[in-house]
Design a protein around this ligand. Sequence first.
Ligand SMILES: NC(=O)c1ccc[n+]([C@@H]2O[C@H](COP(=O)([O-])OP(=O)(O)OC[C@H]3O[C@@H](n4cnc5c(N)ncnc54)[C@H](O)[C@@H]3O)[C@@H](O)[C@H]2O)c1
Length: 352
Amino acid sequence: MDKVRIGIVGSKFAADFHCDSYSRNEHTEVVAVAAIDNLDAIAGKWNIPDTYEDYHEMFKRKDIELISVCVPNFLHHDIVIAASDAGKHVVCEKPLATTIEHGREMIEVCEKNNTKLMYAEDWCFSPALRRAEKLIEEGGIGRLLYVKAKEVHNGTHSMYAKDKKMCGGGSFMHLGIHPVGYLLYLLGRGNNPVVEVTGKMTGGLKRNFVHKENGGEDFGMGMMRFENGEFAFVEGNYITVGGMDDKVEIYGTEGVIKVDLTFGSPIDCYSGPGISYSIEKTNHNLGWTKPAVDEFYNLGYVPELEYFVDCVRKDMKPFYGVNGQAGLSALELIQAFYESNNIGKTVRGRWG
Ligand SMILES: NC(=O)c1ccc[n+]([C@@H]2O[C@H](COP(=O)([O-])OP(=O)(O)OC[C@H]3O[C@@H](n4cnc5c(N)ncnc54)[C@H](O)[C@@H]3O)[C@@H](O)[C@H]2O)c1
């Protein structure tokens, strides 16, 4: 198959970077978008011919092979299942679902229908993290011992993500799932499960540090230990001002790698009047800033969606880290961190 025809569900933040990524790929054509708002704006920006207010109508089309699910977390389950039942392959944004039961059902249905379920953990495709992986593979830092990883910023833009039920949690679910999912891939590999987790979070609403209107926590951190002995420390919070800060530090027996996904731009800019944009979630861009060269590429979205399109074109199975099972394991781990926080103890099990 030379060209994959795509339908997007969702029309705002994530839908925009999916459209941007597909627009850079000669093997794709975004033919339709379905959402409950912003349809004219997204269709106009990306020249999408058809729009739908009800995604079921879009799924009836025979010419669409792949659906990008870019809607609030609580809708992933119903939309992935409806898309798969209509015979479509699916890219599902993170987290896979808001409950473990829903995640399991999504995997089962996609398997039964023989449709691909591709889990969009973009960190697995970040060019900087991919380069780090090569350095590790060649033995550059020896045996891995400890990884520290975080995604943090000053608060979600999405009204749905502020609602604990619609999000499935707070900042740890919404942001912390990136380092958790990435570490399952980097250290876990599907054969080195996490066996211990300890989580600490703020309590939502009045018990939050800053975002008293958010039902879920605005600060979360966790420690995990893998079966082979490696430790990891992960963070997902909404208390970090000054721009989205995504960092990974990897410590081995003979070396260290530090990756800065968001502030790592080779550009230093000083602007008196201020510039329009530097990186995600900055409040203002006056004075010194670090404008990203290509944010969507740096974060991994562009190569990620190219890979998923290739999975459809060449009928490949997505690798561990970005398949449904890895998405489910990341979700189970987040829930285990919440359990640990709730009972005030380390939780033991096997995840990944
Ligand atoms: N990988 C990443 O780094 C990343 C970044 C941002 C968001 N996301 C994920 O993408 C998803 C969407 O987040 P967002 O930031 O774009 O949210 P958003 O609030 O900006 O947009 C939500 C979209 O969902 C649509 N929607 C809501 N209810 C709908 C329904 N019933 N049917 C069809 N469409 C409906 C709305 O029209 C809107 O376009 C979330 O799961 C989020 O976790 C991932």
